[in-house]
Design a protein around this ligand. Structure first.
Ligand code: PBG
Length: 334
């Protein structure tokens, strides 16, 4: 960046343009809009069910009929996309994870129902085996090891079942090597040429995912951690190599996850590639801000909007956030 010419005080007074809301607005460099929001939602079986997720105040698991209502509300608020995460009944979890590509699984049923009711809302789905795996891992586990190539074959089946159900954006969150190429090839071969892939390219092995694992029921099942496939929080060059790899294999958009502790990575990725770049403000970030808000230690609306704007400043095109409807209401001054 060129260093801007600045006069010395008192010729330059940075307080001049801060003097009134109108001039502060004129010089504002970044803005948050409802167009920037993707809303992750949790699904559960049953009818007319909304189960609160204890560690995520205000977040519920919705049965399919209720998620359709939630999707309509999101669409009416102007939110462009919703992202589906199923809570899978423990009786459906197996070592071969076959429920992941069952055309009638919860995620696929919800996709079809939402598409029918609100066709213009973009639907993103999650590709990874953890909601279906008795081991709680994103890949197949054999003798304590996560198998890469066998997992990729399963992820391809899962991808195709989601595309057939009507998903607009496939979100592989598994971090296996080679999955983007395999998924893209399969989508092209099966005629799903306009289905997008948003790769969880720089996904870190993070403690901030705790509440999510409760929400999808993977916490109890998980043995060990995910450090053999998710990224080391100490690394940033590796994030750029992963993003380069995933774009070259056919990802349309890339994601950095978690969000707030990794804003430096968002900026590096945007500057290096200029590709559509998203951040996931994850469950632990949501829980943390809400907990402080509930205690009266922070003004929740204020820190919510500030944290979301920070992603725009860091170069993101959009944010996956559980705050999406709440933030959309603030933006619409409702
Ligand atoms: C797993 C997955 C995770 C999240 C999205 N997909 C958790 C994990 O990797 O264990 C986390 C989202 C959040 O914390 O909000 N495939």
């Amino acid at each position: 960046m060129k260093s801007a010419l600045s006069a010395a005080y008192p010729a330059a007074r940075f307080r001049r343009f801060k003097k009134m809301p109108a001039t502060r607005a004129l010089v504002r460099e970044n803005t948050l809009s409802v167009d920037d929001l993707i809303w992750p939602v949790f699904l559960c079986d049953g009818e007319n069910v909304e189960q609160p997720v204890v560690s995520m105040p205000g977040v519920v698991r919705h049965s399919v009929d209720r998620v359709v209502e939630a999707a309509k509300q999101a669409y009416d608020l102007g939110i462009p996309a919703i992202c589906l995460f199923p809570y899978t009944d423990p009786s459906l979890k197996t070592a071969d994870c076959a429920e992941a590509w069952n055309p009638e699984n919860l995620s696929n049923r919800a996709t079809r129902a939402i598409k029918k009711a609100v066709p213009d809302l973009a639907i993103m789905t999650d590709v990874a085996l953890d909601p279906y795996n008795i081991n709680g891992h994103d890949g197949f586990v054999v003798d304590g090891e996560i198998l890469n190539d066998e997992t990729v074959e399963a992820l391809v089946k899962q991808t195709l079942s989601q595309a057939e159900a009507g998903a607009d954006i496939i979100g592989p969150s598994d971090m296996m090597d080679g999955r983007i190429r395999a998924m893209r090839e399969a989508l092209e071969n099966e005629g799903h040429t306009n289905v997008m892939i948003m790769s969880y390219a720089a996904k870190y092995a993070s403690g901030f995912y705790g509440p999510f694992r409760d929400a999808v029921g993977a916490a109890g099942a998980l043995k060990g951690d995910k450090s053999t496939y998710q990224m080391d929080p100490a690394n940033s060059n590796e994030a750029l190599r992963l993003v380069a790899r995933d774009l070259s294999e056919g990802a349309d958009m890339v994601m950095v996850k978690p969000g707030m502790p990794y804003l430096d990575i968002c900026r590096l990725v945007k500057d290096q590639f200029g590709a559509p770049t998203f951040a996931y403000q994850v469950s632990g970030e949501y829980a943390m801000l809400n907990a402080a808000g509930q205690n009266g230690w922070l003004d929740l609306d204020k820190v919510m909007m500030e944290s979301l704007l920070a992603f725009k400043r860091a170069g993101c095109d959009g944010i996956l956030t559980y705050f999406a409807p709440k933030a959309a209401k603030v933006l619409a001054k409702l």
